[in-house]
Design a protein around this ligand. Structure first.
Ligand SMILES: [Zn+2]
Ligand SMILES: [Zn+2]
Ligand SMILES: [Zn+2]
Length: 132
């Protein structure tokens, strides 16, 4: 689906800024911080980038991803997945499979106070081929 249709399907106007920010997210292989998005979009200030990313997230068009540095990163919503992050150069690899479900079941079984798990966040850290 074209990005403009995606926006409209969520009740958001397809403004040029929203579209260019979504295009940046779409063209990058890993999640981006608001700063990184701003550096790649012409004529947009950081506040606008933050607001746009938040509205995309609220409309479930973008995922929030947090690595160890605690900085919020965003990527377009696709299938649920995890990331492998190089602790040296910061390169990010998208992982396709998620094998966490058995672990969720175990966590719930061992929990004393929880009935359900609705989501999880899991990122892996290590050294890429170049940095190792
Ligand atoms: Zn690396
Ligand atoms: Zn990703
Ligand atoms: Zn998962």
């Amino acid at each position: 689906m074209p990005l403009s249709h995606l926006l409209r399907s969520k009740g958001l106007r397809a403004t040029p800024k929203r579209l260019s920010i979504m295009k940046i997210l779409q063209s990058c292989t890993g999640p981006l911080t608001a700063e990184e998005v701003r550096a790649r979009v012409a004529d947009v200030d950081l506040v606008t980038v933050y607001r746009t990313l938040q509205s995309l997230h609220a409309a479930e068009l973008a995922h929030e991803v947090r690595f160890k540095d605690g900085v919020m990163r965003y990527e377009l919503s696709g299938g649920h997945h995890h990331h492998l992050v190089c602790t040296d150069c910061g390169v990010v690899e998208e992982l396709e499979a998620c094998d966490v479900e058995p672990l969720e079941k175990k966590v719930l079984k061992n929990s004393r106070g929880f009935k359900t798990i609705s989501e999880h966040a899991l990122e892996f850290f290590g050294l890429c081929n170049k940095c190792a």
